[in-house]
Design a protein around this ligand. Structure first.
Ligand code: AMP
Ligand code: TRP
Length: 329
């Protein structure tokens, strides 16, 4: 058994990284680097499941790689790579598709949600969770840090691993999801009943990690609150104010209740919160700008990450190929 846990997670290169991604997921990825053997991946193949522009995808993939390094993922302390650079993912996905049941894939709520409103539903959108299962299983992953919305995909991955192992002999490690507590949810500033999200539906309610200080101040100042002008934490009764307290707390390493101490008015809450967010993001933005100025260096680091990833993935895939009965080349 491995002494330290293997951790794997992935993020799609669609839309700009927002504060919720950082506070709810990426910051956690960074802190896990020193506790576990972490593998993190920009999942560009998953981005192909919906209509996209090729040039935009290419630039979003590079820019997300830079962003992941800017928030603190260190290629020396984790394996950071682009999914499409490691061909084993696509081949592994085929083995997963042939192990998952049609009915299981059809029950995935993300597929139902995304396919209902879409003009074009690709086959890849349907088999998306099989590719995700390959991502996870190729690395003998113990833990998968993801948001609540991904729990079902990780459950399916477990079921696929268990089924494959029982049909073809012990091949894959059975992973588990690690879901952060609900406190890690950042809500939209304009619609505090909805999660802040990367999609561009609510630009005024979304703080992007690359927003400048003026934008952040303006968005926080216009955040929806309520009319009683009392600052305390009550997510059900006072969702807007509580969201600002959560953001302030998370930005300054305190609980939302602690963050409320000494704050007398909504004006004060907004100024303090905006300042805290600006301060927290400042070094990330500076580092991002440095990396963005030298795309060749990011490319080099991502290529090294892919080499490291490929070593693990190809060994697992060889084992799976052998066990499932493919003739060795
Ligand atoms: P997505 O933007 O849906 O691709 O999410 C990437 C990661 O960020 C996932 O682990 C999400 O759970 C997390 N995440 C996205 N939005 C939020 C939010 N508003 N609050 C907390 N975590 C979030
Ligand atoms: N489906 C995930 C999302 O939408 C992204 C993802 C792809 C992923 N492969 C993964 C997450 C493997 C964890 C592990 O957020």
């Amino acid at each position: 058994m491995a002494v330290v846990a293997r951790v794997f997670s992935g993020i799609k290169p669609t839309g700009s990284i927002q504060l919720g991604n950082y506070l709810g997921a990426l910051r956690n990825w960074v802190s896990m680097q020193d506790e576990a053997d972490c593998v993190y991946c920009v999942v560009d193949l998953h981005a192909l499941t919906v209509p996209h522009d090729p040039a935009e995808l290419r630039s979003a993939t590079l820019s997300l790689g830079q962003m992941l390094m800017a928030v603190g993922l260190d290629p020396d302390r984790c394996t950071l790579f682009v999914q499409g650079h490691v061909r084993e993912h696509a081949e592994g996905a085929w083995l997963m598709e042939c192990t998952a049941a049609f009915g299981e894939l059809r029950r995935m709520t993300q597929f139902k949600d995304k396919s209902e409103s879409a003009d074009f539903v690709s086959g890849g959108l349907f088999t998306y969770p099989a590719l995700q299962a390959a991502d996870i299983l190729l690395y003998d992953t113990d833990q998968v840090p993801v948001g609540e919305d991904q729990r079902q995909h990780v459950e399916l991955t477990r079921d696929i691993a268990i089924r494959f192992n029982s049909r073809f002999g012990d091949t894959f490690v059975v992973p588990e999801a690690v879901i952060p507590p609900s406190g890690a949810r950042v809500m939209d500033l304009q619609h505090p009943d909805q999660k802040m999200s990367k999609s561009e539906d609510s630009p005024q309610g979304t703080i992007l990690v690359l927003d400048d200080a003026g934008d952040i101040e303006r968005k926080v100042k216009r955040a929806v609150t309520d009319s009683d002008n009392e600052v305390y934490f009550d997510p059900d009764g006072k969702p807007g104010v509580s969201n600002l307290l959560s953001i302030l707390g998370a930005s300054t390493g305190r609980s939302p209740v602690e963050a409320a101490t000494g704050i007398e008015s909504y004006g004060d809450l907004k100024t303090t919160t905006a300042d805290a967010v600006v301060e927290m993001l400042r070094p990330i933005q500076a580092r991002y700008r440095e990396l963005a100025a030298d795309p060749a260096e990011t490319g080099r680091l991502l290529a090294l990450g892919a080499d490291k990833a490929r070593q693990v993935a190809s060994a697992t895939l060889d084992r799976a190929r052998e066990n499932v009965g493919l003739l060795a080349p």
